[in-house]
Ligand binder design. Structure first.
Ligand SMILES: [Zn+2]
Ligand SMILES: [Zn+2]
Length: 70
C-alpha cells in the first residue's frame, strides 16, 4: 500500500573520495571517511590524551582503561 499513489524517483548523488576509490551515497559517510585521509581525530579518550578517527576505535581503546581499573 502506497498512500501517496506515486513513484518517487530519488536523484541520488554519488560522493567520491578524492584520495582513494571509495564511493558512497551518503554525505555523512563520506565526511566520516575523509577523516581517514585528513588525519582529523574527533573522538578523544576521557582518560588519556589519545585521539581516534572513529568511535569504534575509541571504544576499543577504552577497554584498556577498564582493564586498568579492575
Ligand atoms: Zn578515501
Ligand atoms: Zn585512553
Amino acid at each position: 500500500m502506497n498512500p501517496r499513489g506515486g513513484t518517487l524517483i530519488l536523484q541520488r548523488k554519488e560522493h567520491k573520495c578524492t584520495f582513494c576509490p571509495y564511493t558512497t551515497w551518503h554525505k555523512g559517510n563520506m565526511k566520516c571517511h575523509l577523516l581517514r585521509h585528513t588525519g582529523e581525530k574527533p573522538f578523544g579518550c576521557d582518560v588519556c590524551p589519545k585521539r581516534f578517527a572513529s568511535k569504534s576505535d575509541l571504544n576499543r581503546h577504552a577497554l584498556i582503561h577498564m582493564r586498568d581499573r579492575l
